[in-house]
Design a protein around this ligand. Structure first.
Ligand SMILES: [Zn+2]
Length: 115
């Protein structure tokens, strides 16, 4: 039996993952990467500070996300990163990242961490 969330394997008798609290499945779904094809981009930035903020925001809401950078032009040695989330999480993620989108790339790292 496998946990579909953390992908850990358990013996037959166990039906729930003790870590995730989700029901175990007999066969794991295909690799996560395949699901990423369905992901939609909610945020794009080249600012490493904003990337970190966006990541912590998504993690705090337990929103699964993928960071995609391939195929995008690097700028000043730092590539643009696209944040992608499952379609059903798009509205939640967009709301969460709204402030970052509005402030755009104008904001500096100093401003982010300045209370
Ligand atoms: Zn688990």
């Amino acid at each position: 039996m496998f946990c579909p969330k953390c992908r850990a394997e358990f013996v037959e008798e166990i039906t729930k993952c003790p870590d995730c609290g989700v029901d175990l499945v007999e066969i794991l779904p295909p690799e996560d990467e395949i699901l990423y094809e369905d992901y939609v981009t909610v945020y794009t930035t080249s600012d490493t500070g904003l990337i970190a903020v966006a990541e912590s925001l998504l993690k705090s809401e337990n929103i699964p996300y993928a960071k995609k950078s391939e195929g995008l032009q690097p700028v000043y040695g730092i590539g643009f990163v696209q944040f992608q989330v499952p379609p059903e999480k798009k509205v939640t993620a967009a709301e969460l990242l709204k402030d970052l989108v509005e402030s755009g790339d104008e904001i500096t790292n100093d401003e982010i961490f300045d209370d």
